[in-house]
Design a protein around this ligand. Sequence first.
Ligand code: F0G
Length: 444
Amino acid sequence: MIALADLKENFRCPVCGDLYEVEYPAWSTQNGTGLAGAARRVLPNPSALKWLWKERRSSTELKDQSGVWRFRELIPILRDEQHIVSLREGNTPLYHLVRTADLTGADRIYAKHQGMNPTGSFKDTGMTTALSVAYERGFSWVACASTGNTSAAMAAYAARAGMRSLVLIPEGKIAWGKLSQALDYGALTIQLKTDFDGCVRVLTEVVRRAPVYLLNSVNPYRLEGQKTPALEIAEQMNWEVPDHLIVPGGNLANGSALGKAFLEMKQLGLIDRLPRITIVQAEGANPLYRAMQESSGEKLVPVEANTRASAIRIGNPASWKKAVKVVRATGGWVEQASEAEIALAKAEIGAEGIGCEPASAVTLVGLKKLMAAGRIGIHESVVLLLTGHTLKDSDYTINYHRGTLLRDEEIGALGREIEFTRRNTIELEADADAVLRELEKAAQ
Ligand code: F0G
């Protein structure tokens, strides 16, 4: 056990170099011998916890209204709840995907939409926890390297707490919407002439040399907050766990956090089985997929990442060992998605009236592939974790519908399906007859 004061600023063990993980020994013994503070308390029984978490939804207190902190019994990381920095994150919708059911023949497909968080991505759930820790410990500055969403979330929460934030992003390689958020929330925003992995390298040195608290997902307190969508999914499904959960993979913290949550819920008797957790990467940024194919997840060789799904353009994922553990423990798989498959899936999720950012759409590609391989049956329940809002990357969407996103050689056999989902804008003179003619054409 490592004392809090000895935590390294990069959250890696000085002996083996692996990432730290938050553990609560008190939960396994139920009499609490390991941790100080809140975790030593014996938890209420599972039914009481479920009742309490539901009751809090009608409370007017901030820490109850937050979809993260209402589960605070399972994230006892603060010494004092006064230090909670929250934007009322979480409590996101679980949508039934009706058109996807028609498309795949499976009728129990759901989307947990983490893009419906305050800054438009799942990062808010982890940012409220880790930034609250930074605030409690008296830091003035927080920092992250980001493909966009982490920076938006961090900047917003830092501003809420009256703290300063430093954002390092790869120049020209993130969606403008996300960059604009970091600026709007007042972050010192620096574009570096490198990729995401290069930004991480520079930031690691910055936090070693300055009193700045690192808020990338190597920070284990981020993962504690990112557990809560799993709790919400279980709650929204009346504590019936789905058969499968499909998650996009970039730096690989999110799949790890959700897996940790399901494993802890099972340990605590809140659920009686685990969903199979599958992680999907973009083909051009697929180091975990390759690691599973080539060495069954024993060794990861970084790749030079290249995908239009900018949020997951990551070649050297920090949390890969945790992700491998989760995939193995839950009996899931790792899949990959091509550029055309991602674009088509994004349009299909859009056509559900839901929408998501490109990185999130890999989950639907994963679903199709697992069904084609016979790994998901038509009667099984599946949750796709949509990580970001459709407005995050509107250029991508517009280019897709204009037909300028993909090259012909990328489209290959998907041409007909892509054509079917495209909805280009039409320019006409201001004339009702002309509009009616288009309406008639469209109705046929
Ligand atoms: N989806 C979206 C929308 C993301 O922004 C990210 C990561 C992921 C999926 C992948 O999650 O890294 O935990 O495997 N975005 C990062 C960022 C890294 O800086 O915003 P992961």
